[in-house]
Write a protein that binds this ligand. Sequence first.
Ligand code: MSP
Length: 546
Amino acid sequence: MKTIDIDTLKKIEKIKKLKTCYVTTPIYYASGKVHIGNSYTTIACDCFSRFHRNLGVDTYYLTGMDEHGLKIETAAKNAGITPQAFVDKIAEETKELWANLKISNDGFIRTSDEKHVKLVQECFEKMLKNGDIYLGSYEGNYCMPCEAYFTKTQLGENDTCPDCGRPTQIVKEECYFLNLKKYENKLLDFIKDNPDFIAPESRKNEVVSFIEHGLEDLCVSRTSFKWGIPVLSNPKHVVYVWIDALLNYLSAIDYNSDKDAQYKKYWLNCDKVVHVVGKDILRFHAIYWPIMLMSLNIPINFKLQVHGWIQMKDGKMSKSKGNMVYPMEVVNNYGLDALRYYLVKEMPIGNDGLFSWDRFIDRYNTDLANDLGNLTSRTISMINKYYGGVIKKVEGINDVDKEIEELVEDVISGAIIDYANFSFQSALSKIWSLISRANKYIDETMPWVLAKEKDNDEVINHKLQSVMYHLYEVLRVTSVLINPVLVDASKIMYEELGLIDNEELTDLKNLKFLEDINLKVIEKPVVLFKRLDPAVELKKISEGNK
Ligand code: MSP
């Protein structure tokens, strides 16, 4: 058998040595319903967490809600309820959505949680005391909806907000500042010394060039609204949302509390801490957050994984364009796996991905119904038809069989490395190359022709048996490799392949093409993904029946 190269082996070994992992999504603004774009991050982090857990890594997956700020105060006022009642409702709805999407988060932090409020107040006071936060006044162009000031060089045409494009207003207020300037060089050194701090590389370059242009101290408090965390020593100020929000990653794991076992395990001594963030919030995570940690004397023990946006054919998703797509709309009509698969498969690492219904239906039919679905049902039906559902290994294989075995080994190692690097698109492409090869293998070996030679012992007990065995192994390996993404299909496949509760044969860490296996498959496989008629579906969607 072909041997895997040393470099790949080393990478795999390193991944398999991981003991602990802490994965976080950004906390979502509690100002409205979560759409398919921001569900992407939660689904991708879920795949990432499941992958690590499947490898036996003790993984803590955190998500949550960003509940303070003017926007939320205003939304609550418009709804005629208190801001707390408003965010309580959104938090419940979001939790329910994540449960429906089978998100396996361990923690759900809300910035209105008592322990979070306490930590933010303590950290603010600590930075005041050490002089990194100081009182001053600020005048500048402020974007109300984004709750951010922008410098002249950052502003768009006619002083519009560079993020949302809306007009900014000149606002002057007394506020506290965080001294970013002081940490400029230290941060640049840190990024230089930790080349994999920000992935992908292009995003790292963006950050470095931003810092090299010079940082301005950051205004970190507001007096213009009330719905926020009051500064302990000067409560007319509330803490600016980003200082508040970023600390969620530590309050959730009980940093600075009496019971800080989780902080020790998932931060201080953790092998892999990954904050997954969209490109629009990179600056906050790559600049403000490490500077806050430096100021607080907390180790910067995290990596940033930056992703692009899910765009619609007509650009960004927005309520005004009426092009919003909500996750349950997809799940209720096409199933959870179809949504999870599409989102992680369509998002190239670092760039934007596209959501369009015609592409969604095309991917569903091609990848899920045809490739994976057909391979599964064809293989299981043939094993039943020719061998009463029993598969067993035979000796002495031919070149095509050998090629399949080598491909299986390559795909396992390649997919593990890709998953560990958050490259789901690439991992899934590799897995699908195996599925396609196996479908082609059926056409090449033509089992139905072999099966006609009933009296030929060599064909029936060797050649055909070997084809069935190899197909079975492809399916077993596939069902394990797709498990972090296609949570439902993988379980059904385990059941159909006789693998339920068989921890040994579904163990990702030791996954390989097996020398010996003796199992029975289910008699009647279900249709994993029912083929869709694109014309019918697109018509339904355009008529708004979805
Ligand atoms: N509350 C802040 C994050 C604080 S983290 C300490 C925030 N919230 S958000 O709700 O506006 O956005 C949350 C995440 O959703 C961001 O990473 C953002 O990039 C992501 N997305 C929002 N729209 C998106 C798409 N259309 N596609 C992919 N991700 C998108 O920012």
